[in-house]
Write a new protein. Structure first.
Length: 328
């Protein structure tokens, strides 16, 4: 079973039932017509931009259009549901994002990572710990020492809405240091950009959005990043240490984006798509595009992406339970 996700083989009986018409010659000819790539988020955002460069390069690889379609709503639930409900014939694929490991814990959907055929993980952006340049804390240790001495709720952070990925990153970080999940109060925002504005204005003590999202404010000299919640430093921000380097805390999490298909996709087509995505990932066009925007690149094939999503699902569940957001 090497080279293909265990989920594809576990669903082989479903694939046989739904794709019985596929002969090896037919699978080899895939794709014979345009393919739809569903994005669960709106046009113009990071997920949309990443999906469009992938689609453009897949078109060059296969010689068929890969049409990006945005399906928004329900904090990502609507788009992910449409991917899962499509025919597993390879003509509807989609971008799977970290929210698929979060939404079912909040009872916003019954979908889990197990409802998809993973093809490849291609982007991962860990959260950073940002403070304004007027902050007295110049290192993560100085900040943490102050947080530990303060009563719960004295320090305020933001980066996204209540229960969003950057909020859970904060919760997991606090837990990793042996502190209560609510040691730092969360101030909900409509995203990283307004949170960074609030940080500069002085209404927040820190943000836990990704460093690429904070990049504009940092480069303007209005904020600095003290650490990232990752196993290794970001090559685009080499001066920002990891939590383990600066605090001795081995904790990491991330926002991520990968490509998947409905569960039951025929193994021959899954293998072909993963191979094409690897060519896209290795291309200078993709690397230049992602690096130019500060997005992290990481490659995990179908099986690795499968295991990665399972781990993310467990991690998100633990954080949501600690924060009181889990409803299942």
């Amino acid at each position: 079973m090497s080279g293909i996700t265990r989920r594809v083989f576990a669903a082989s009986s479903v694939a046989a039932a739904t794709s019985a018409f596929l002969t090896p010659a037919r699978a080899q000819a895939y794709p014979a017509r345009p393919v739809t790539l569903i994005v669960p988020w709106g046009a113009g955002g990071g997920s949309d931009a990443t999906a469009r460069i992938i689609a453009t390069l897949l078109e060059k690889e296969f010689g068929q259009p890969f049409n990006v379609v945005n399906r928004t709503g329900g904090s990502g639930a609507v788009g992910h549901a449409e991917i899962a409900a499509a025919q597993p014939d390879g003509y509807t694929i989609g971008m799977l994002t970290v929210e698929i490991a979060m939404l079912h814990w909040q009872a916003l959907t019954q979908l889990t990572p197990r409802d998809f055929t993973p093809l490849a993980l291609m982007n991962e952006d860990p959260p950073g710990i940002q403070v304004s340049t007027s902050s007295p804390y110049r290192t993560a240790k100085e900040l943490v020492d102050a947080i530990k001495l303060a009563p719960p709720g004295r320090f305020k952070a933001s980066g996204t809405g209540q229960g969003g990925i950057w909020h859970l990153a904060l919760v997991g970080w606090m837990q990793a240091m042996g502190l209560p999940a609510n040691q730092v109060a969360w101030s909900a925002s409509n995203g990283a950009a307004p949170a960074m504005q609030d940080l500069v204005a002085g209404s927040l003590d820190l943000t836990t959005c990704s460093v690429p999202e904070a990049r504009t404010t940092i480069e303007a000299g209005q904020a600095r990043s003290l650490a990232i919640m990752a196993h290794s430093r970001n090559r685009i921000f080499p001066d920002v240490p990891t939590l383990k380097e600066t605090l001795g805390v081995d904790y990491s999490t991330s926002s991520w984006r990968g490509i998947g298909a409905p569960r039951g996709l025929a193994p021959d087509i899954a293998i072909k798509l993963t191979a094409a995505l690897k060519k896209v990932y290795d291309s200078p066009a993709f690397k230049d595009f992602m690096t130019g925007r500060g997005f992290g690149t990481v490659w995990r094939d179908a099986g690795q992406f499968d295991a990665f999503m399972d781990q993310a699902d467990r991690q998100m569940g633990q954080a949501m339970k600690a924060a009181g957001f889990a409803k299942t």
